[in-house]
Write a protein of this length. Structure first.
Length: 103
């Protein structure tokens, strides 16, 4: 499953985000992380049910999603080895989902 344009391909993403804000032109103490890229968020007892997706055969119509597991992801970050030439800096955080129910 893939997203369109800037849209994420997942309904639920559990994990940290990385966004480095370069307040000055050169790296240093003025470059800040907007989120905590080393966070380890945990979601417990996630329930996903009754999700409809666009019908590929009939534009404008929707059908029941038959593979709910594809809509949920545990996101893990890694440090960006090319930082500061490319951004964000990245991190070591990862998301965890404890007990998911798909109906």
């Amino acid at each position: 499953m893939s997203g369109k344009g800037d849209m994420a391909p997942y309904l639920v993403t559990v994990g940290p985000k990385a966004l480095t804000w370069p307040r000055k032109k050169t790296p240093g103490n003025e470059w800040l992380e907007v989120f905590n890229p080393n966070a380890n968020p945990v979601v417990k007892n996630l329930v996903v049910n009754n999700i409809q997706v666009p019908d590929p055969r009939k534009p404008g119509n929707y059908i029941q999603c038959n593979d709910l597991k594809k809509l949920v992801i545990e996101h893990c970050l890694t440090p960006n080895l090319d930082f500061p030439r490319t951004m964000p800096r990245g991190g070591t955080g990862h998301g965890t989902i404890v007990k998911t129910v798909f109906n």
